[in-house]
Write a protein that binds this ligand. Structure first.
Ligand SMILES: [Zn+2]
Length: 331
């Protein structure tokens, strides 16, 4: 159909525009991440950000969100969004008739606009992505050639902005893949559950975005037109006091991939309890004043635990600090 052919052409152009935009912002991203995490992590940050592979794809839920909540969207983009949604429902109807293999290939062709990966490696990757993400988050990881693990980020066409890019890039540090088993990619993180990872990841992404803006770094127009409040921001109050008290250890623990550091310093039991409560409040979408007071009290206890660690209990933490290049003087 002529209309869908036009959509494919538009996709290509838009995918290209996004790719160029990501190239433009890359050096400034490296700079902003380095300011946030510290100069000593510059090489790691540079290497990771430069190694990220991107895939741009169409996503029905994202398109609907874009059409509903996107601010300052031109009428042209609104029209295109409606075409996309129509196109996807049409394609989905048709490809349902195929066997599984054909279905995967056909979905890849329909949904993926452009990618750093070759088509044949992409079908499997895309399936993994759909499995792992419930079609919602934008980020995943996979095993590359040999022993090397690449970071792969999936971005939906149209509904992507600078904040989202920073959030996804930060995942490459926050919950990196460390191993691959038959069934699963094994990821590790300083936090106990996915909800805490997302909240802290997004909180940090906001800090880095602020730095990026203060640097007066360029924001290409295709990354600037979509603006919305995501589901994490309104729950930052659950984690903010913890972040303020422990931000240095959080940063070092993420960058050194020593994810026990935080737990040891804060005290395992309180830390686990804190993560579980944050998850519960986030899932229930509410937290009473009493519960919040309790959460903050926990943070206070964890801070006390850190400050009261006996010198012998400190030794692991000292060792970590030393391995990170700090010259620590034991008190
Ligand atoms: Zn995320």
């Amino acid at each position: 159909m002529k209309k869908f052919k036009r959509i494919k052409d538009y996709n290509k152009k838009y995918g290209y525009e996004l790719r160029e935009a990501l190239k433009t912002i890359r050096p400034y991203l490296i700079q902003a991440f380095t300011i946030f995490y510290g100069d000593k992590y510059y090489s790691k940050i540079k290497e990771t950000i430069n190694s990220i592979c991107y895939t741009f794809f169409l996503s029905e839920p994202c398109l609907k969100v874009f059409r509903k909540y996107g601010y300052n969207i031109s009428n042209k983009d609104k029209r295109i969004t409606s075409y996309y949604i129509q196109y996807l429902s049409d394609v989905t109807k048709r490809i349902r008739l195929f066997d599984e293999d054909t279905f995967v290939k056909a979905s890849c062709d329909a949904y993926i606009v452009e990618s750093d990966f070759a088509r044949d490696s992409l079908s499997e990757l895309f399936l993994d992505y759909l499995d792992a993400s419930d079609k919602n988050p934008f980020y995943t990881v996979f095993e590359g050639e040999g022993e090397k693990y690449y970071h792969a980020i999936f971005l939906p066409l149209l509904a992507v902005n600078l904040e989202t890019v920073i959030h996804e890039v930060n995942h490459a540090f926050m919950d990196p893949a460390v191993a691959v088993s038959e069934e699963d990619i094994i990821m590790t993180t300083p936090f106990l559950n996915k909800e805490c990872v997302e909240l802290f990841n997004d909180y940090i992404a906001h800090q880095i975005l602020d730095i990026y803006i203060k640097l007066r770094a360029p924001i290409p127009s295709c990354l600037g037109k979509f603006d919305f409040v995501n589901c994490y921001e309104q729950f930052f109050y659950l984690i903010e006091p913890f972040y303020i008290v422990f931000h240095k250890i959080i940063q070092d623990s993420i960058m050194s991939e020593n994810f026990n550091m935080l737990k040891e310093y804060a005290g395992k039991e309180n830390f686990d309890l804190f993560c579980r409560l944050v998850k519960a409040h986030f899932e229930n979408q509410e937290c009473s004043e009493k519960e919040l007071t309790y959460l903050y009290e926990l943070v206070f206890q964890m801070q006390e635990h850190g400050l009261n660690l006996k010198p012998e209990n400190y030794s692991n933490y000292y060792r970590e600090l030393e391995s990170l290049g700090y010259r620590v003087r034991k008190l």
